[in-house]
Design a protein around this ligand. Structure first.
Ligand code: FE2
Length: 372
């Protein structure tokens, strides 16, 4: 029987309206909080006012860094770390989608350790303990609120890089599903498909085990049912809440297994044409499945099909929830395929370790060609 290792130091609250109830616990982690967020949603949704009131009512000092770009890069991290050090913040409150949470985790590392964030890509030892991170996700895809990963764009390397350490897992995460009710429909679908991809890739990872598969399977069941339901009925509170839960479960599963090549290939679409991370995965996943089914993963994909049905129809599923299901629909042409194949080789360097077959440039090219 396989060995089992399970470690989870985090507190997770999943509750509608839970923000007011649980955020006051942040006082157990710090006295002066750096709020890390994107530029718009936190203000437009009224969330900033809510957070700010909860903190000031408890006399917790706060500093705002609301300058995180979508698909954040090393500069987003370095700007935030300078503010964090200058203001002597001792805790990070990361609020938003994967971008804000991943930048928050990276600032946590860089604020207590010397050098540049590039020095911490991969699995590194930290001289000093990173600051504690508290996460409040506002999208239903990232899973970053419970993972050991922070993914940051490395412009020089023309790819995304991952910081990986148990030390950056948020100490507390509050998933208040009320926050999801104002998220635009398109983002619910795109981030929901990111979660879908997390679970599917985790299931196929060479590091998958009994526990990770439990999370992945349940998450896929929820997404299969509730993504179409939430698409048909944008005001269906329950459907959005279930997708949010599925993204949390998917986070647990990738935290144990990492992803396989879909994410690494998806980075190339984002680097080249700024395609949303979840949308990039949604486009590629069906074509990667097709390839893997024929190349060593027949048994695993059949097992997945017990939950998902015929994976050959996954393209229709993606299309039917309003997302593009070909590269052409997002503006790519035949002339891009070589460069995307090259970028896929770079982007998958890390995740190939989670594969039982090794894939080369020509293999990626075939998948991308099919996806065009
Ligand atoms: Fe992802």
């Amino acid at each position: 029987m396989e060995k089992v290792y399970f470690s989870m130091q985090a507190k997770i609250y999943f509750e509608s309206g839970g923000l007011e109830k649980y955020l006051p616990e942040i006082k157990n982690y710090g006295r002066k909080v750096l709020i890390v967020s994107g530029k718009n949603f936190i203000f437009r949704s009224g969330l900033y006012d809510r957070l700010s009131k909860i903190l000031s009512d408890r006399k917790i000092e706060q500093v705002l860094y609301s300058d995180v770009n979508p698909e954040p890069d090393t500069y987003d991290v370095e700007r935030g770390s300078r503010i964090c050090r200058k203001e002597n913040c001792d805790c990070i409150l990361a609020v938003g989608g994967g971008s804000a949470i991943d930048v928050g985790k990276s600032i946590a590392v860089l604020s207590t350790n010397s050098g540049a964030i590039r020095d911490y890509f991969g699995e590194r030892e930290y001289e000093n303990e990173p600051l504690p991170v508290i996460a409040v996700p506002t999208t239903c895809g990232t899973g970053s609120e419970v993972t050991r990963f922070a993914v940051i764009v490395d412009r020089e390397g023309r790819t995304k890089k991952t910081i990986s350490s148990e030390k950056i897992i948020p100490k507390m995460s509050i998933l208040d599903s009320d926050l999801l009710q104002t998220l635009p429909q398109k983002l619910v679908m795109a981030t929901g498909m990111d979660a879908f991809s997390h679970s599917a890739e985790s299931f196929l990872s060479a590091r998958a085990d009994h526990i990770s598969k439990l999370f992945a399977k349940d998450s896929l069941k929820l997404l299969k049912k509730f993504l179409p339901e939430a698409y048909r009925e944008p005001d269906n509170v329950n459907a959005r809440e279930r997708i949010f839960l599925a993204s949390l479960l998917a986070g647990f599963s990738i935290n144990r297994t990492g992803t396989i090549v879909v994410h690494g290939m998806g980075y190339s679409l984002t680097i080249k044409r700024n395609i949303h991370h979840g949308t990039a995965n949604a486009i590629l996943l069906p074509y990667v499945f097709e390839y893997l089914k024929e190349n060593g993963y027949g048994e695993e994909i059949s097992e997945l099909e017990e939950i998902l049905g015929d994976t050959g129809k996954l393209k229709n599923f993606v299309h039917d929830i309003g997302l593009p299901s070909t590269l052409k629909e997002t503006g790519f042409t035949q002339g891009d395929i070589d460069e995307l194949s090259e970028l896929s080789v770079i982007g998958t360097q890390r995740s190939q370790k989670n594969m039982k077959i090794q894939m080369n440039r020509d293999n990626f090219k075939k998948i991308l060609q099919d996806a065009l």
